[in-house]
Structure formats: C-alpha cells, structure tokens
Design a protein around this ligand. Structure first.
Ligand code: GLA
Length: 381
C-alpha cells in the first residue's frame, strides 16, 4: 500500500517536472516559454517561443520560417515597445511576401536570372523576382517548418532552429542542414548564430529579415532614424537590383553613412541608384572585413532614445528602407504598413556573388561548415 502510494507520488513528480520543462525553462531572471501558435494547412503545429532576459527585453520566435514575431526593448524612460513589424497570427505569415522577421535562404538577396555555376556545372534556381531569384525562391527558408530546440546549456535564453533543405530544393544542389540559434543575452543583444553543412558543393548565404522601427510605433516612418554604416564602398545595381560588379565609392553620394545621417535626408535625391532601389535597397561593402565579428552599423531614433548597433562577421550589409511597403500589408493590431515604416539591415555576402568572381565566395563544399554570427544590440542614448 505504502509502496503504491510512493510510486504514485514519484510518477506525479516526474509528470510535473516533464510538463514544466516543456513549457518554460527558467534560469536566474531569464526565461523561455513555449506555446502553440497555430497549425499549418497540413496539420503540423507551429510553436511560439518567448525569450526574456533579466532586463525585461523580450523576443518571440516561431518555428515557421524561424521568424522573429515580436521584439520588445525599452526606450529612454524604460518603457518597452515592440520594434519589429509582423502579423497578428500564423495566417499572416503564411500569406507573407515581404519576409517580415524571417530567416531567408538558401540565398538571401538576388541571383541574376537564377543561374550560376559551381565547378563548371550550371544550375538554375527558381526565378521569383522579375527575371531573377530572390531570397531562396518560391518556398524559401521563410516558408518552412524548422525543428526547435530550447538550449539548456546556457545562462541566457537561447533557441536553436534546424532545417534540412533537400538536394534539388528550389533548384539548389546538395542537401543542406542549417541551424540558426537565437540567443537573448544579458547585454540586451539578439545574437543570431548560423551553422550549415552540405553533402554536395552548393551555395549558402542566409540572412535575417526583421523590419525595425525603433519608434515602436509602426504608424511612423523610419525616415528620422539616424544611421551609420562602416563602409567606404557599396555595390551599385542595375534596374533589376542585380549588382553590376563594380565596388563604388560612397563618398559624396547619398550612400555615404560614415557619419551619422538621417535616413530621410537624401533618400529622394536625384540619383540613378536611388531610383533603381526606389530608395535604399543596396549592399554596402563593409570596411575591415576579416571574418571576425565587429560593429558595422548604428541606428538611432532620437524621440525614443533607442539605439541599435549591428555587429557581424559578414562582408556585406543590405540596407533596405522598406520601399515596397505600400499600405497593403495588414500587420499587428490590424495596422496597414505604409511606405518606409520599417527597415531591414541584412548581414550577408554580396548579392549575385555566385556570378561575380570579384565578390567573396558563397560556395559551401562537403566537409566545410558555414558560419555566421550577427548581433543586434539594443540600448538608449
Ligand atoms: C530585400 C530586398 C528588397 C525586397 C525585400 C522584400 O531586402 O533587397 O528588394 O525584395 O527584401 O520585400
């Protein structure tokens, strides 16, 4: 009788421990919570993970598209606000074509005509942006379900998401396994670590596509944000936003952000490159590229006092000023996202690198490991 009672109590205890582990992992003021977010049309469940640090900064991530749905950071009065664009529910993300908050890949950005060669073998990937390939094709990494694993070995909340992209997917060669780990650090950084492998020579150039609006109010444009980019050159593009191959000086052009400058100051200047981009939608060639992580961008919003610094080990940074937003996307709280109400800072290799011998290589071979670390750090000024 006592034995049975003891057994019953032990089983009860085990059940409680197990269910706690599933829903939340709590460590010294930090926390991860897991909740069902919705179901895909094929019935698979999508989960949302909420990561919080001791300072109260909060990031929400879903395992569909490895998407950051919410990022709450304080202003100079300590008031938290969500500073990324997104949707109210899974349905929004399923229908999304602006890549809100997602990990894009295999190839972030454009490949001219979707064609490239590796070792003399020609490949054709999906053409989904006029005549070109964009952000992984029709069903890119932003449109698939990732396996999620709460990382328990760290004192900071971390979520590892893994996707296995099969040989031939969207025309890309080789089966690629990519793990993206989001860590919310105690220094108020959202750190993104990428690790990828392949079983055949392929190309890999994933990036993160959050639309930031540091006001915390998506009714405001991003034009008063002040930006610096540590880059002496950028890669000019043609009318289809494919780089010409030239590395052009930013000096004396609207592309010079070496000194902090309001984004809106020169965005409508008479400039062919700005016309092609409909604003800023270009890749900056980051200075002192040596594969180590260093600070490359600062973004400051004077009214809230919010400051975002971007660190990366990548050679390029696509700054996209939300030019395609035109009031047709119904985002969070039913808000219609208007022109230039969010901006992306996408750490990456240069666009169309597979076709530009003078750009850093994006080829990944069996036995090699693709690495990227990019950090978005939040503070006030
Ligand atoms: C990237 C591209 C833009 C646009 C957006 C998504 O940032 O550079 O041209 O395609 O993604 O709308």
């Amino acid at each position: 009788m006592w034995k049975n009672l003891l057994l019953f109590l032990l089983m009860l205890l085990a059940l409680i421990v197990l269910s706690c582990q599933d829903k939340s992992v709590k460590k010294a003021g930090t926390m991860i919570e897991k909740a069902i977010y919705g179901k895909l049309p094929d019935g698979r469940e999508v989960f949302q993970y909420t990561l919080k640090n001791a300072a109260g900064v909060e990031v929400r991530i879903i395992n569909y598209g490895a998407i950051v749905t919410t990022l709450k950071v304080p202003d100079r009065n300590g008031k938290l606000a969500d500073i990324v664009l997104g949707y109210d529910s899974l349905a929004g993300y399923l229908g999304d074509n602006a890549y809100l908050g997602a990990i894009v890949g295999r190839y972030g950005n454009r490949i001219g005509k979707g064609k490239f060669k590796i070792d003399e073998q020609e490949y054709q990937v999906t053409v989904n942006d006029g005549a070109n390939h964009l952000h992984g094709g029709k069903v890119g990494f932003n449109k698939v379900l990732w396996d999620a694993q709460v990382e328990s070995s760290t004192t900071e909340p971390a979520l590892a998401l893994t996707y296995v992209s099969l040989d031939g997917e969207e025309g890309y060669p080789g089966t690629v396994t990519l793990t993206v780990t989001y860590t919310l650090t105690n220094e108020n950084e959202l750190r993104i670590d990428y690790e990828g492998t392949t079983d055949k020579p392929t190309i890999l150039n994933p990036t993160h596509h959050s639309y930031f609006n540091l006001t915390g109010n998506p009714e405001e444009t991003i034009l008063n944000h002040e930006l610096t980019i540590d880059a002496a050159k950028f890669t000019p593009v043609d009318a289809g936003l494919i780089p010409t191959g030239e590395l052009a000086d930013v000096a004396s052009t609207p592309f010079d952000f070496n000194e902090s400058e309001k984004i809106g100051l020169r965005i409508n200047a008479q400039n062919e490159q700005l016309q092609f981009g409909r604003g800023y939608d270009h890749n900056w060639v980051l200075n002192s590229y040596d594969r180590t992580v260093h600070k490359v961008v600062t973004l400051y919003e004077p009214l809230s006092g919010r400051l975002m610094e971007v660190f990366t080990d990548q050679p390029g940074m696509q700054f996209y000023s939300g030019n395609f937003l035109n009031g047709t996307i119904r985002g969070k709280n039913g808000e219609l996202y208007q022109h230039r109400t969010g901006l992306c800072l996408e750490a990456q290799c240069f666009p169309d690198s597979p076709n530009k011998p003078n750009f850093p290589s994006v080829i990944l071979r069996p036995g090699q490991i693709y690495h990227q670390r990019t950090i978005y750090k939040f503070s006030i000024k």
